[in-house]
Design a protein around this ligand. Sequence first.
Ligand code: CAO
Length: 465
Amino acid sequence: MSTIHEVRVPDIGDFDEVPVIELLVSVGDRVEPEQSLLTLESDKATMDVPSPVSGVVRELKVAVGDEVSEGTVIALVEVEDAAGAGDEGAREDHAPAADDAAAQADEHRAQAAGEGPSRPGPADEVQETVSDSGSAHTQAAEASDRREALPPPPVPFAEMQQDPASLPLASPAVRKLARELGVDLKQVQGSGRNGRITEEDLKSWVKGHLSAAPAGSATGLALAPAPEIDFSSFGQVEVKPLSRIQKISGPNLHRNWVTIPHVTQFDEADITEMEAFRKAAQAEAEARGTKMTPLVFLIKAVVGALKHYPKFNTSLSPDGQHLVWKQYYHIGVAVDTPGGLVVPVIRDADQQSLLELAEELTRLSGKAREGKLSRDEMTGGCLTISSLGGIGGTAFTPIINAPEVAILGVSRAQMKPVWNGKKFKPRLMLPLSLSYDHRVIDGADAARFTRHLAYLLEDLRRLML
Ligand code: CAO
């Protein structure tokens, strides 16, 4: 005998009409208790909705983009065994659920007796099917007994009371395991879709830390805590919260800065000829409603350099024992927005012309500034370019956007006198600052990479060789 269980959105705190951003299962999939079914994203946090039962997904009641609130039915799961048939929330296929009416009567009676409304957990949710037969009193008592025999409902989103904006993506089961092991998930790098932390990632992280630390040695940085300073004792102050983006990116930047051994290689590219071509192509770009900036050429040249030096298109496995060599060329571009720094990713940059790249850059940076980038548009990058060329400066040391192994900083091009062996000639020189992960890349590799990049930018026809 099988029963159909309606899975509803559990208590998600003060949130209402939260959009579904990802479906993690399909119709026909077998699911286990606590397995995530879908992901919601409020303006403050990303949350998974777990299945309270084990069974087979028979119907998905929502699609990506739908907005849901506490109690919304999101899926029908067929529970096959006898134990499942007894679950709260289960609706028998072959008969109306008389018990459900009894459970409701039980609840209403409790409220009428002054016990006050009780907030239902996911396993206590009100049923759709109501029977008009049988004794409500007897069945209510049975329903109560049965509820007591059930395992407690999953406690959803306990983390929401903590710092929701900075929670990494992980299923409730992985969060539970992390809590048991005392691991802060923010330190674990996720290898799943959209950076989701899998059980394997968590175990590798723990193994890596156990094997890296000789017995008795300190694994942390053992720094003195930052002093708490009352700035108002020095003068008038105003305290404002960090933006949502800053709250998310800050811990990531911090982790990348302290866990990756950074070195920055500086170089310059002579872009005098490139600049002439860029200006000539500007009219065509404008006719297509876009702009041809030096960054567009840089994206193209970076793809060329990645093809020549594929080690820059890798990621280190979480245990630090393997390199993942990517066969695709997705380029991240740091964009300065009113809310903070975001990095949209231009997919398959190798397959796009300069004009197409210009259009894509205009589209993504516009969406970034409007805060409308989807998760897909911000993930999967191979190497990030951070260009401050439109603002100024001569060089800087960008922080690597892990799990990438290098980031290219670009500063403002300047006309400089360059010695050509006989005399000084005015040349437009573009400053390049390449930060790289020294665990993966040697200094000589980095110097070769930036030299090759400069070689391509100096004569773009070389990209076609
Ligand atoms: N040298 C000289 N001039 C440059 C230049 C360079 N390296 N890069 C851009 N310019 C010029 C452009 O040609 C443009 O000139 P016009 O106004 O005459 O057309 C002007 O500077 C402004 O360019 P832009 O900034 O609008 O366009 P872009 O394609 O260079 O950059 C974007 C787009 C989205 C990357 C940029 O606007 C941005 O947000 N940059 C900030 C990134 C950032 O904050 N990085 C720091 C992160 S910390 O690691």
